[in-house]
Write a protein that binds this ligand. Structure first.
Ligand SMILES: C[S@@+](CC[C@H](N)C(=O)[O-])C[C@H]1O[C@@H](n2cnc3c(N)ncnc32)[C@H](O)[C@@H]1O
Length: 357
């Protein structure tokens, strides 16, 4: 048996002891116990003790995601007790619990772990015999697990097949974003993360021979593909592309009329997003426009978002992006929101127009 379950602190702390390999049926024992305690206490805390633990079967990984989708806001602290070499496995277990504070304790520190879990338990109490509904806070975007070098290598590798993989689903929402931006003749417009260059060509048509389109992308192979596509479309005279990182835009303050980004902001880790948007704000003139098209987490408990996030968590080297809150990010980045729409690709996509005040 891989899972042994004990209650402590009147049920507000659940101790889960893991040994051997965790299988799907182990979750079927854990899930009802957690559900019952959450109905009774609101949020609870987990003490996970690992002993000779060997990891998860594939079925258990799937159950882990379903368990997390249902309970990720119900567990506010997780303490792990076990040997340091199991910390990687522990990190897998707790990745979905983005709201919980997680701490690792060495193999002999279970007393310290219990003290931490029992301190200041802030779960609401049962009132007049009625189960208290746990507070439903808004979920947060998952972290990004890839480094810049890994991202660049990934897009270099798929540059030749990107359109085959993504264009059919992404093209309609990308076009809706360009319509919202309404690039005008004579304007200077930047696209960040231009990929194979579809939007560059449309933007170049819109700004005309007296305008200019600038583009920045991390991947040198994408740069090569986009350069060829722009030349083929006959608009190379007004397009200037370079390789670089959107976290540091190589353009002067206030130099641009508009900026466009599709399916790129969600590649940045949450703490980096404000820095990228602050760079966008810096290079736009006052009154300048930005449109961001991005996979959205606004769908709440949409099962397709949960599936996408599961895949991002378990196969980050194939699915490096994840849904984010696009409008919220632009507001926090100091843009005033002029228009915002949500369209469905196969998961929700936000298309947001922000103005630099
Ligand atoms: C998912 S693709 C989207 C491409 C294009 N915008 C589209 O809608 O088809 C993301 C693009 O962003 C680029 N990218 C990723 N990280 C970047 C960064 N830090 N700075 C600039 N570009 C980046 C990738 O190389 C890739 O071309």
């Amino acid at each position: 048996m891989a899972v042994e379950i004990r209650h402590e602190a009147g049920g507000k702390v659940l101790e889960v002891m893991l040994t051997g390999t965790l299988a799907a049926h182990d979750y079927s024992r854990l899930v009802p116990v957690v559900g019952r305690l959450v109905r009774r206490h609101g949020r609870i805390r987990l003490l996970v003790t690992m002993n000779d633990f060997h990891g998860w079967t594939a079925g258990a990984l799937w159950e882990d995601t379903r368990f997390a989708a249902r309970h990720f806001g119900d567990i506010d602290r997780i303490a792990f007790v076990g040997r340091t070499k199991w910390q990687r496995g522990m990190a897998t277990f707790c990745r979905p619990f983005t709201r919980a504070t997680v701490r690792y304790f060495g193999g002999t520190a279970s007393k310290a772990a219990r003290t931490w879990l029992e301190a200041g338990a802030d779960t609401p109490r049962r009132q007049r015999g009625r189960a208290v509904q746990p507070e439903r806070r808004r979920s947060v975007p998952l972290p990004v697990f890839q480094t810049r070098d890994q991202t660049r290598a990934f897009y270099n590798k798929i540059s030749g097949v990107y359109d085959l993989l993504a264009d059919r689903s992404e093209a309609p929402v990308r076009r809706a974003g360009l319509e919202l931006l309404k690039a005008r003749a004579g304007e200077k417009v930047l696209e960040i993360g231009f990929g194979t260059g579809h939007s560059l060509v449309r933007l170049a048509d819109a700004v005309g021979p007296h305008g200019q389109v600038l583009g920045l992308d991390l991947s040198d192979k994408m740069l090569a593909v986009a350069t060829a596509n722009v030349a083929k479309a006959g608009v190379g005279d007004r397009v200037r592309l370079r390789r670089g990182d959107a976290a540091h835009l190589p353009y002067a303050d206030g130099a641009l009329d508009a900026a466009f980004m599709s399916f790129t902001l969600e590649l940045f880790d949450t703490p980096e997003i404000p820095a990228v948007l602050s760079e966008c704000r810096r290079v736009l003139r006052p009154g300048g426009r930005i449109v961001v098209v991005g996979m959205s987490k606004e769908g709440g408990r949409d099962p397709l978002i949960a599936v996408f996030e599961w895949a991002h968590r378990h196969f980050p080297n194939f699915l490096d992006c994840r849904p984010i809150f696009v409008q919220e990010a632009l507001e926090a980045g100091g843009f005033s929101i002029s228009k915002s729409l949500t369209k469905r690709m196969w998961i929700p996509v936000e298309i947001v127009l922000g103005i630099k005040p």
